[in-house]
Design a binder for this molecule. Sequence first.
Ligand code: AGP
Length: 631
Amino acid sequence: MCGIVGYVGERGAQDLIYKGLARLEYRGYDSAGIAALKKEGEAFTTKVIKAPGKLKELKQYWGQIDFPSTYAIGHTRWATHGEANQVNAHPHRAESITLVHNGIIENHHEIREQLLKQGVKLHSETDSELFGHLVLAERKKGLGLLEAVRLAFSQIHGASAFVVMDEKLPGTMVVARNGSPLVVGLGKGENFVASDVPAILDSTRTIYYLEDNELAEITKQAVKVIDRNGKTVSFRTVEIDWDLDSIDKQGYPHYMLKEILEQPRALSDTLSAWLDLAHGKFRLDSAVHSKRSSGDAKIIRHEDLIEAFSKATMVNIVACGTAAHAGFYGAQILEKWAKIPTRAELASEFRYREPVLRNTDVGLVVSQSGETADTLAAVKLMKQNGMKVFAICNVRDSSIPRECDAVFYTNAGIEVGVASTKAFTTQMALFSVLAGALSSAKGEISADQEKVWVECLGHLPEVTRHYLEDYSSVQKIAQKYATKKGFLFLGRGVYFPVALEGALKLKEIAYVHAEGYSAGELKHGPIAMVEPDMLVLAIAPQGEGLLHSKSVSNIEEVKARKGTLLSLGAEKDAQLQKISETYLKVPSLSFPDLLPILATLPLQLFSYYMAVEKGTEVDQPRNLAKSVTVE
Ligand code: AGP
């Protein structure tokens, strides 16, 4: 988390930094700050402004840095150590040194004690400030800035990225990266550094993705990269060939609503690359090797992917949050249809539980941002065990794709709302493509079944568009239930991940207590909570089959205990409709295992309107960040 931007060149640095930070606010919005160097006579002094809250809060202090400067750094924070107030906001100072930091210094207790014993006066509660004093101590020994930062960097543990400047050395930034993303942007007579490419894409497309344990010294004329041992690294830049999507709200009150309603387009853009509609076939020839510093993006052959997955002794799907819920859905359909042993789990658990991993297993990670720290660590763990690792990801060339063997990109477009919506449904759609392609290649489904599946996916964007036409009707339902004490989402089979996702979304943006459960688990505990003031949201759109009738029996048990029932069911499911206080119809599909995608839509809208009702910050809910780059 946290966004970093730095600039050195000829142009007005403060505006460039502010604009860059605005593109990084998804990484945290607890506080923001900018430091710019001001020439006073022959010397330079550092002027810092910072403010708790959103980036725009900085504007009230703008007058303090409104002078000509061509050298500045900035930061938008997601608080880890120390509350989100002005003192703890970055940049931090240690005499002539100023720095911004993204990450966690794990040995900060020891360093703090050591510095306090030396009589160093610390101002903030942050771990980041400590690093400035480590650099300063090295500078006082007469070392250059790059060497001082390198030695300070060797004293800290944990994932971090730093940008450091020293007013005694105007025009030189030193940056260091281990585990937290950092890119260097190269321009003509100017250079940049940022946590992510969009922050600087208006100014340059020539990028070097710093690798872990690399440092760089950046001036307006040159960039020098070294490794942790001080050895010069000959680095290779890449040219960014994508553009930023529009991040305009287009008249909608919130990005989240815009992104919910964009799902027909997002699904269409995602699916069109993977379906041969003319022949009713899946095709997997759109997966790519991601762009790494060492090479260019390359298409992977359909046959190679089929072989990698079909031979897998186990497919390990690993992800966090909403992406993990998509993974839980993916595991069910991959195993059910392609008959490949598959498990899905949370990256934060997976990386530490010492799983048995064989080099014949395959990894498949899911991430909207491509930056999630736990998911990235899971990729590295699987790679260390000799596994091939693939990613389903939305953000091009982000850290996770760059570590994986190939990427299946969801073309959902930029997702601004912290609550993930279109990323989730496009991830589920891609899992469906993968399961379909593999089951067809392995002969688990007939050509006719494949055709039905492909056609159903092909029609999905249109069905979704039609289904969302009446989206505002969900507002009345949210208003009706807004004061309920608790919310229990129930689903079985492929609807269980939808129940988990429905509950997560509601907690995340409406700040109410919600749980997602398998309906079959109801009587193993949660049924005790059922009472009229608990809204039970039952997700059972498939109107037939054994599992459906079992789900309906579970839902009947809620009714028998005077629970208030809001059900999502098939148009003709009279039984479910009869027992429900409110009934939302889900259209039928010729391939029913795609219904979870449709069932997700009213739940997203329900959370959205609940949040509107509660008056929360829908797009930037409290305590959260869009990209979780610390564990
Ligand atoms: C979703 O609404 C959440 N904001 C969160 O759970 C998110 O899905 C999770 O942090 C994983 O992010 P990623 O997809 O970018 O890896």
